[in-house]
Design a binder for this molecule. Structure first.
Ligand SMILES: [Fe+2]
Length: 354
């Protein structure tokens, strides 16, 4: 028998055995056996391909674990995970907002995380439910900040709370992107801290003070750089990124002190999905991927490439940023940011959404 015919016979034999096994209801055991030999996992990534694909690729090279990725918006993938329930093909959810992670967690979709992973980052960046129920862990930090025009604004006069942004000398000089997910997460944090009524008042006052709306963070920071507005309510990494490209732009970040939600540190983070067809091998592979994203190598990559804050000790903050200890509303429970729909309703009633 020639090689080809022999190979064909073997394949036909395997196929017959496989078909029999399926028929007898052993399909799942067969899947499990194949996965143990060469695990492969599916990631739902709310982070853009150009930012995170290199991380997944080095993980594949180092571990031999294959990573399939479905890219999409963080809120949209969270909604999909809730809809799919335990029939989801996703082994891991990588999101760029703790609110989306909290919504998935609240629906009971995450598996518990091993202690080794939970202890890698500060407690404020780990879901409070991750020990007992299922949960998520932060991978990188994304701070809210006030970006200001250094030609127009005296740093000593900058607001120290979001209340101070309203009216007075800032009338007509503030820019913000109401449709941006990170701005909305900040509003959710304000609701969690102050309640809906006070938050509604703040939003209405912001609008009444002549604050200008922009399509996104980039447009807001550009408007600050051009002097169209003096300050902008954005995420920290936009100014850092623009300054590496054009170091002479007259912009800088101001991090508010204390616990103001204007300096909220949100996270990009990940959790392992509970799903039908998940095996010890896929769970372990998913946890390894999270551990890899929290390795020095990946954390330095994020700090240099996405200008986000590393969450493990010993890795330098992004160029031009202070260390995370000097930023941030540390007492806000990121798990309380899950009600995006409620936030959108409130923003819409306050008239700040287009
Ligand atoms: Fe962003």
């Amino acid at each position: 028998m020639g090689y080809k015919r022999y190979a064909f016979a073997v394949i036909a034999g395997i196929a017959a055995v496989f078909a029999l096994a399926m028929h007898a209801g052993f399909g799942r055991a067969e899947d499990g056996a194949r996965e143990a030999a060469s695990p492969s996992i599916t990631v739902y990534s709310g982070r853009a391909r150009q930012l995170v694909a290199p991380v997944f690729e080095s993980f594949e090279r180092e571990t031999g674990i294959r990573v399939r990725v479905r890219y999409g918006g963080t809120a949209e993938l969270a909604a999909l995970l809730l809809e799919e329930g335990d029939r989801t093909p996703a082994d891991l959810f990588f999101a760029q907002d703790a609110g989306a992670l909290a919504a998935v967690e609240r629906a009971g979709r995450f598996r518990p995380l091993p202690e080794s992973l939970r202890r890698t980052v500060e407690p404020r960046f780990v879901s409070r439910a991750s020990e007992t129920g299922g949960g998520w862990v932060g991978v990188t930090g994304r701070a809210r900040t006030i970006v200001y025009n250094t030609d127009l604004v005296d740093p000593a006069a900058l607001p120290q709370t979001l209340e101070e942004v309203l009216g007075g000398e800032w009338t007509g000089k503030v820019g913000y992107p109401p449709t941006n997910a990170s701005f909305q997460a900040m509003v959710s944090a304000m609701r969690a801290r102050d309640g809906d009524e006070k938050t509604m008042q703040w939003l209405r006052a912001l609008r009444a003070s002549g604050a200008k709306t922009y399509a996104n963070n980039t447009e807001t920071v550009r408007a600050v750089a051009s002097g169209e507005v003096a300050i902008g309510l954005v995420n920290h990494y936009y100014a850092l990124r623009m300054l590496t490209e054009s170091p002479r732009l007259p912009i800088a970040n101001h991090y508010m002190g204390g616990d103001d939600v204007g300096s909220l540190v949100n996270v990009a983070g990940a959790g392992v999905m509970r799903r039908r067809g998940g095996t010890d091998a896929t769970h372990e592979a998913s946890e390894r991927l999270i551990a890899f994203m929290l390795s020095e190598q990946a954390q330095s990559y994020f700090a240099t490439e996405t200008f986000e804050f590393p969450l493990i000790a010993g890795v330098e903050p992004p160029a031009g940023a202070p260390t995370l200890e000097r930023v941030g509303a540390g007492t806000i429970d990121l798990g309380a940011l899950s009600d995006l729909e409620g936030t959108l309703r409130l923003m819409s009633r306050a008239g700040v959404l287009p």
